[in-house]
Design a protein around this ligand. Structure first.
Ligand code: SF4
Ligand code: SF4
Length: 445
């Protein structure tokens, strides 16, 4: 029997409409909008000004603290402004706008753009982490935590195993699947590099069993890499959550507030592993990523290689344009994604997908009273009581909310999805989590 995590979970319709689609190259847009805060932590600090000429790979903003990441230009062109723009979360944030040159594209010196596979890596762990940091690599599964920080465990903690998150449990999304089929060798080399950086000899690549071709392909490749195995997993949402994946792979549960390293594990998304390969072996910064554009009424659901900063409207046009009955445009998948305010929102390092929902699927059904069925409790993968948490947030009872472990919520949306009374549990829990996190931060400081 295939493994999965042991607490809660659901199985929504998969709708992987673009699963058979290879990665498509996208024509360059006329301009890119590159936010300086595309990661968890401090925003980067701009190093360019209006009028500056940049190449692909030029650093345009440098890390703004220990937990932060460099930002590079994804195009050749001219900086036209530094201003605030709406991001995927609906907030206005500073971004650098670059108009794309019509001349031939120039890349920064030292970036190897050849398709040749480079297997050998004799760098010291410190040098690997420096290259990853310089390239601005962050978690590409959506968490966007700076990768170089994750590879530097706190004093006293020791990594024992690298877990590669190739689960892609969100319905509709297929960017990781497409990447595994097209860049399997590079991913395996990336795994070796990360093992070296962490000083571990074991790696497990966890893939859900709805991607049998990727399981087969990577399993065959992994035979040449000692200590690396591919583990097929039962399809179960939200297995892509770090704690859920660690439980599925290692049969270890992480305590409330503890980090994966407490179980000896470091988890990296498969897209991040590929980006690490490119950063270390090719000196290529994170200037593009694979993004799924999908929806039931979209002409051509696709997986694109998109430059960071490309307005999402550009990707939607290349997929056949917005269907007439569009109700919502979601940044990410249907479970954890957020509705976008406009098609001007740019692709960022964390944009794994764009989902176009038709009108009939975008309207919420009317909320009814809680019938105490406890379905939300039984599906919560963190062992929380979403019904009580929503009630406590409604009454602004922050003490009870904190005692209910609201900060452990991974915002997977399983509770809202399951509730027969259509109660917007996650909306309330998300608001309460922000409030309680602020209270805890204030108390600590
Ligand atoms: S959104 Fe939070 S409370 Fe709801 S099921 Fe997921 S982890 Fe549990
Ligand atoms: S699933 Fe909905 S109706 Fe059932 S207990 Fe939870 S909040 Fe109440």
């Amino acid at each position: 029997m295939l493994r999965t995590f042991r607490l809660g979970g659901i199985h929504p319709p998969e709708n992987k409409l673009s699963a058979e689609q290879p990665i498509r190259e996208l024509p360059l847009p006329r301009e890119v909008i590159i936010p300086i805060g595309q990661h968890i932590g401090a925003p980067a600090v701009p190093t360019v000004q209006k009028g500056d000429l940049v190449k692909v790979g030029t650093v345009i903003a440098k890390t703004g603290g220990f937990i932060s990441a460099n930002i590079h230009s994804s195009v050749t062109g001219k900086v036209t402004k530094i201003d605030s723009f709406f991001d995927a979360g609906g907030y206005k944030r500073p971004a650098i706008v670059i108009s794309v040159s019509t001349e031939e594209e120039e890349w920064e010196e030292g970036i190897d753009r050849s398709p040749d596979l480079i297997k050998a890596c004799s760098l010291e762990p410190r040098e690997i982490i420096e290259r990853i940091s310089a390239a601005g690599i962050v978690g590409l599964g959506g968490a966007t935590f700076p990768t170089h920080v994750k590879l530097s465990p706190p004093p006293g903690a020791k990594a024992e195993v690298l877990i590669v998150n190739a689960v892609e449990c969100e319905p509709y999304l297929t960017s990781d699947h497409a990447l595994m089929l097209s860049k399997g060798e590079e991913i395996l080399v990336g795994v070796e590099i990360l093992k070296r950086a962490l000083g571990v000899s074991r790696a497990v690549i966890g893939i859900e069993n709805n991607k049998k071709d990727a399981i087969l392909y990577l399993s065959q490749l992994a035979m040449d890499y000692e200590g690396t195995e591919v583990l097929p997993l039962k399809v179960q949402y939200p297995q892509g959550g770090e704690k859920q994946l660690i439980d599925a792979v290692l049969r270890k549960q992480i305590k409330s507030g503890a980090l994966p390293i407490s179980a000896g594990a470091v988890v990296q998304n498969v897209g991040t592993v590929f980006a690490v390969y490119e950063a270390v072996q090719k000196r290529k910064p994170l200037v593009e990523r694979i993004t799924t554009v999908t929806g039931k009424h979209l002409e051509t659901p696709s997986n694109f290689r998109a430059r960071i900063g490309t307005p999402i409207g550009h990707l939607i046009t290349a997929s056949g344009g917005l269907p007439e009955d569009t109700g919502k445009i979601i940044g990410g998948g249907p479970m954890m994604g957020k509705a976008l305010l406009s098609t001007e929102v740019p692709v960022t390092k964390g944009t794994s997908g764009i989902l176009i929902l038709p009108r009939e699927e975008s309207t919420r059904r009317p909320m009814r009273n809680c019938i105490r069925c406890a379905k939300c409790v039984s599906v919560c993968p963190m062992g929380l009581n979403p019904a009580f948490l929503m009630r406590d947030v409604q009454y602004a009872d922050w003490e009870a909310t904190e005692k209910g472990y609201i900060v452990d919520c991974i915002e997977c949306g399983s509770c809202s999805y399951t509730c027969p009374s259509n109660r917007p549990l996650l909306d309330f829990i998300r608001t309460g989590k922000q409030k309680v996190s602020a209270i805890i931060r204030a108390r600590k400081s």
